[in-house]
Write a protein that binds this ligand. Structure first.
Ligand code: HEC
Length: 149
């Protein structure tokens, strides 16, 4: 009985999990520079676009963990959504999507669709559609990576 409790509460596996999560997050290198939207549209390197996407979305994911969004969260989302839209357009461009099978462009377009929805919801400070749009954005990462990463 006592042994069982100790093994359930064993801090070592928990520590390892926390460490692994931290390392995974820290593992995505920073983009080489700060790109504005126009520069993102002209960026044709998948990996660099992904690094921008990840670092841009990180504050949005943090906001999304809150039980209720504040005005500051909608502001972050309003700032980020058009940038994600630009990234999705760069991904869908001939110069990037052309390097992959046709389906790649569809995933890029999905990302853009959810980014546009987030932009709209954040501008109107509407929480449920904003949450849905973030969910949609997150789902595209997995579905595209499964095939192409
Ligand atoms: C349209 C397809 C597509 C979508 C959508 C997509 N990714 Fe990617 N992602 C890729 C591909 C392809 C790679 C591998 C790129 C390479 O190594 O050249 C990649 C790699 C990455 C990497 C690794 C970058 C590095 O430094 O090696 C990160 C981080 C990443 N994606 C994050 C995301 C996140 C977060 C999302 C969703 C918000 C997302 N991706 C959505 C296709 C996609």
């Amino acid at each position: 009985m006592k042994r069982g409790l100790i093994s359930i509460l064993n801090p070592i596996p928990i520590l390892i999990l926390v460490l692994a999560a931290t390392l995974t997050a820290a593992c995505v290198p920073k983009p080489r520079m700060e790109y504005n939207k126009a520069q993102l549209l002209e960026l044709h390197k998948t990996k660099e676009l992904m690094r921008v996407l990840y670092h841009d979305l990180s504050p949005v994911w943090k906001s999304d963990k809150k039980s209720a969004y504040a005005a500051a969260d909608f502001k972050i989302m309003s700032h980020t959504a058009p940038r994600v839209l630009a990234i999705s357009q760069a991904l869908g461009s001939q110069k990037v999507a052309g390097k992959y099978p046709k389906e790649f462009a569809r995933h890029a377009a999905d990302l853009g669709k959810h980014a546009a929805a987030l932009q709209k919801a954040a501008a109107a400070a509407l929480e449920p559609p904003a949450r849905n749009a973030i969910k949609g954005i997150n789902a595209t990462c997995g579905s595209c990576h499964k095939k192409f990463k």
